[in-house]
Design a protein around this ligand. Structure first.
Ligand code: ADP
Ligand code: MG
Length: 255
């Protein structure tokens, strides 16, 4: 069984990478989890996961010079596929190869989390959302962020990708979440998964190059992610069928 989630948002900096690794670690208590840095133009998951020094990354796989398993590292109870940060690596990468990478990984995992690019305006950027079964939308509790997030849902829906849920991050004021959250319940197809507080523990774990759940497992932010993972009822697609779907996915022009 496997289900693929894209972790996406309208803008950068909302907490997609933080959330991808935190949800991944929380889900890894129950499932075989693979996380992929599919933000191939602005990759930074490697810094969050202590993988900045590895030799082989997704860029090498997308350029055809390495196989998928060479870029997959066992870390923090998950498989982690980091992406490089060089411009040359991005230039040489063929984004369409992501389909076969995801298909390879799907054969051997229960949950695939694709840390996705922020702006969904290009063919490359939209691919993780196209490939995923469902999208986890990460947003900050402000009206502009909510409106960006709704656009993400609209894009995803236009590609047949459902909303798994909405994750508020960097919450300073519970009232703000209540206000915005009420609208979220109205406009989003999925539930509100969690409200993750603005937290020094999150910043410190990024500095330490460790996912939040490894660095500060007892923090309130970590607890919020664990509860979000519980609300994300993972569905099981047959691995073979899902892998075939990935391999043959047509990359549409953005609407
Ligand atoms: P994205 O992948 O969406 O660009 P990141 O997960 O890299 O966002 O987060 C951007 C920055 O904000 C990082 O430095 C991260 O440590 C910080 N950050 C994310 N979530 C929180 C939070 N809840 N509290 C404090 N800092 C946060
Ligand atoms: Mg990121």
């Amino acid at each position: 069984m496997v289900e693929a989630f894209a972790v996406a948002s309208g803008k950068g900096g909302t907490g997609k990478t933080t959330s991808t690794l935190a949800l991944g670690m929380a889900l890894a208590e129950e499932y075989d989890v693979t996380v992929v840095d599919a933000d191939t133009g602005m990759a930074n998951l490697l810094f969050h996961a202590g993988l900045a020094d590895v030799d082989v990354t997704l860029h090498d796989v997308l350029s055809g010079s390495a196989s998928t398993h060479e870029a997959a590292y066992d870390r923090f109870g998950m498989r982690v596929v980091p992406c490089g940060t060089s411009l040359a690596g991005f230039r040489d990468a063929d984004p369409e190869r992501l389909r076969s990478v995801v298909a390879d990984l799907a054969a051997d995992t229960d949950v695939l989390l694709l840390d996705s690019p922020a702006a969904l305006g290009s063919k490359t950027a939209v691919l993780p959302v196209v490939l995923a079964d469902r999208v986890v939308v990460v947003l900050n509790p402000t009206v502009p962020s909510l409106s960006d997030a709704l656009k993400v849902q609209e894009y995803a829906r236009s590609y047949g990708t459902e909303t798994a849920g909405v994750l508020f991050n960097r919450v300073r004021d519970e009232d703000a979440v209540d206000r915005v959250g009420e609208q979220a319940e109205r406009y989003f197809d999925g539930p509100t998964l969690a409200a993750v507080p603005e937290s020094d523990a999150v910043r410190a774990s990024r500095q330490a190059g460790e996912p939040l759940l490894a660095h500060a497992p007892d923090s309130p932010a970590a607890a919020a992610y664990r509860s979000a993972a519980t609300s994300l009822d993972v569905r099981s697609g047959a691995a073979g069928a899902v892998a075939d779907r990935f391999r043959s996915a047509v990359i549409p022009d953005p609407p």
